[in-house]
Write a protein that binds this ligand. Structure first.
Ligand code: GDD
Ligand code: MG
Length: 365
C-alpha cells in the first residue's frame, strides 16, 4: 500500500490573521479546506495511508477528519514542540507500516500543483533513488530551496533561501514534494529540531546518496502568502489549476446559501461562502469571501480574502487585503493595498483613503 506524509505543523505566519485560529492547510480554497484537495489528489494516486505531521493547532486536523469515511486511513503524528521539517518527517515515519525500501511520498501542506504523483513515484523506482525531489522553475528563487542538477537529474547541491545574487546559480527550486526510501527517512536524527532543507538534503548529497530531481513545468504555487493564496483558489475555480474536488471550471464558486444581488459582479474565480450577502452593484474579483460575510452596495473587492463574519461597507474599495474574521470596514473606505485587518477590528465610515478625493470634514472644524 502506498503511504504518504503531509507536513502541516507550520504556524502560517505570513497568512495572519487568517491563521490565528485556523492552520494554513485547513483554510478554505475553492470551497474546500486546502488539505482536502491534497487528500483527494493523494487518493487518486493510489495512496491508502496518510500521516499528518501536526504541531500548530494540531487538534483541529483530527476534528476536520473525524467524520471522514472515504477509503483512506489517516494517522496523526503530533509534535508537542515543532521538530522542523526534517524532524517532522522522521517523527511521522514512526507511524508508517511499509518495509525499509518502500517509497514514501512527502508533501508540504501548502503546495498547489499539477504534478502527476504516480509519475514521480515511477521515476523514483526506475532510478533506484534514495530520494527524489519534485523541482520547478521560478522567476525569483530567493524564497525557496535552490536545487541544481546534472544532465542525469542528479542533485548537485541544496541551498535553502539563498541570500545573495551570486548564490542564485539556478532558477530550479524545491517544489515541496518528495519521495523518500523509508530507510533514508528513518536515518534522520530524532529528539531534536531538524530542517530537511538545511540539514538533511545537503548531508544526503554530501554522502553521495542517490538524490534525484524531477523537474516539471506543470502548474505550481506555494499558497503561503496572501496573494498566492487567493490566486491559487481562483485558479482552482477557473480551471487553471485542477483538483478532484472541483468538478468543472467556472467564473465563480458561489455557495447555494449565499445571497447575491442581481447587479453584483462576481468574477475571476472568486469564491463566495455560505450565508454571505453581496449587495447591489458590488464587485468581487479574484477574491475569497468567507461564511457569513456582508458586502454592501457598490463595494469593490479585488485579490483579497475576507474571513468569516466580517463586513464591508458600501462603496468601500479593497485591493490585496486580508480582512480578519468579524472585522468591519465602514462605508466609503479605500484601503491601501496589502493591508491586513486583525480579527474584530472596526474601521469607521470614511476612515481610510488612499486617493485624494477627500470626504467633507464635517465634525472637526
Ligand atoms: N510538522 C511540522 N513541524 N511541519 C512543519 C514544521 C514543523 O516544525 N515547520 C514547517 N512545517 C510545514 C509547514 O506547515 C509547511 O507545510 C511545510 O512544512 C513547509 O513550510 P513553509 O513554512 O511553508 O516553508 P517555505 O514555503 O518557506 O519553504 C519550503 O517550501 C518551498 C516550496 O514552496 C521549503 O521546503 C523550500 O525549500 C521550498 O522551496
Ligand atoms: Mg510554503
Amino acid at each position: 500500500m502506498q503511504e504518504a506524509i503531509i507536513l502541516v505543523g507550520g504556524k502560517g505566519t505570513r497568512l495572519r490573521p487568517l491563521t490565528n485560529h485556523t492552520p494554513k492547510p485547513l483554510l478554505s480554497v475553492a470551497g474546500s479546506s486546502f488539505i482536502r484537495h491534497q487528500i483527494a489528489k493523494l487518493m487518486d494516486a493510489g495512496v491508502g495511508h496518510v500521516v499528518f505531521a501536526t504541531s500548530y493547532l494540531a487538534g483541529l486536523f483530527e476534528e476536520e477528519f473525524r467524520d471522514f469515511t472515504r477509503d483512506l486511513e489517516i494517522s496523526y503524528a503530533v509534535e508537542e514542540v515543532p521538530l522542523g521539517t526534517g524532524g517532522a518527517i522522521r517523527n511521522a515515519g514512526r507511524l508508517l507500516r511499509g518495509p525499509a525500501d518502500a517509497p514514501v511520498l512527502i508533501l508540504n501542506g501548502d503546495i498547489l500543483s499539477g504534478l502527476d504523483l504516480r509519475d514521480v513515484l515511477q521515476r523514483h523506482e526506475a532510478r533506484e533513488a534514495d530520494v527524489t525531489l519534485h523541482l520547478t522553475r521560478v522567476s525569483d528563487p530567493r524564497a525557496f530551496g535552490l536545487v541544481p542538477t546534472d544532465e542525469a537529474g542528479r542533485v548537485l547541491s541544496f541551498l535553502e533561501k539563498p541570500k545573495t545574487a551570486e548564490e542564485c546559480i539556478t532558477d530550479q527550486v524545491n517544489a515541496g514534494c518528495y519521495v523518500f526510501r523509508r530507510s533514508v527517512l528513518d536515518s534522520i536524527p530524532t529528539g531534536r529540531e531538524v530542517s530537511v532543507e538545511q540539514e538533511t538534503f545537503p548531508e544526503l548529497v554530501a554522502q553521495g546518496k542517490r538524490v534525484f530531481g524531477h523537474t516539471t513545468d506543470d502548474y505550481w504555487r506555494d499558497l503561503g502568502t496572501p496573494l498566492a493564496f487567493v490566486h491559487g483558489s481562483a485558479d482552482l475555480v477557473t480551471g487553471k489549476a485542477t483538483s478532484p474536488l472541483v468538478e468543472r471550471p467556472a467564473e465563480a464558486l458561489i455557495h447555494p446559501t449565499a445571497a447575491i444581488a442581481p447587479t453584483a459582479r462576481i468574477t475571476g474565480g472568486s469564491t463566495i461562502g455560505p450565508r454571505a450577502v453581496i449587495g447591489p452593484h458590488a464587485v468581487v474579483d479574484r477574491s475569497i469571501i468567507g461564511e457569513g460575510v456582508t458586502v454592501a452596495e457598490g463595494a469593490q473587492i479585488h485579490d483579497s480574502v475576507v474571513d468569516h463574519d466580517a463586513s464591508i461597507g458600501s462603496a468601500s474599495l479593497l485591493r490585496e487585503a486580508v480582512v480578519g474574521c468579524h472585522a468591519h470596514v465602514g462605508a466609503e473606505n479605500e484601503l491601501p493595498a496589502q493591508l491586513r485587518l486583525s480579527c474584530g477590528i472596526r474601521i469607521p465610515a470614511q476612515g481610510v483613503r488612499v486617493s485624494g478625493t477627500a470626504a467633507a470634514c464635517a465634525a472637526v472644524h
